[in-house]
Ligand binder design. Sequence first.
Ligand code: RET
Length: 230
Amino acid sequence: MSTTTIILWIGTAIMTLGLLAFLGLTLKAPTENRSFFTITSLIALIAATAYFAMVTGYGSIVVGGRTFYFARYIDWVFTTPLLLLDLSLLALPTLSGNWNRIGTMIAADVYMIITGLVAGLINSNFKYVWFIASAIAFIVVLYNLLGYLFPLAAARGGEVKQLFNTLSILTAVLWICYPIVWLLGTEGIRLFSLPLEVGLFAILDILAKVGFGFVLLTSGVVLGREAARR
Ligand code: RET
């Protein structure tokens, strides 16, 4: 078994265990906070499926002699909006009246992943044009997360403020690593080998989905009955 295959099996296993743990936690979820559990379980399910597709050979193609894992982008195009939805629900339990901002953030996020996918498919330096388009969209996402949702969550005070601080900083730090790994990896300047790139993306994916999910779903805010509903 190649190193890449072993890493992808570990990814599949951890995402599946994360999914089972989140489903288990759902049994303890107060009805009014069920959305967090459904959304977060769905994130783990999609990731487990993508890793399984990649490890069994249905998630990659060969472009210009290199292996390109397109399945990541199908995973990310669904899971990154769902992660942003979790954060939006935490900052704004009802969401109503704020769809403009949240819609903009999610649209920018989807644009970021799709332009990133195109960048990854290109072998000429033209890929950097697509990379820059994706990176600009990423800045729009971060601006909405930290400049708009962050103060709203802070205004709710107490446990919500604390939890949002932790999760949004975790998200910002981890997400910034993705374009860096991409640039240094096989899609970019090829400083990293494929196994190293696959390993780094696996660590990021596990922390950004399962790590994030554990912090959220074991918090007093979503497990406590009324806390998230103020
Ligand atoms: C790409 C390359 C093009 C430029 C940028 C990127 C950003 C990707 C990000 C991905 C986040 C994924 C997560 C997945 C799972 O939980 C597409 C790598 C900006 C931010 C959080």
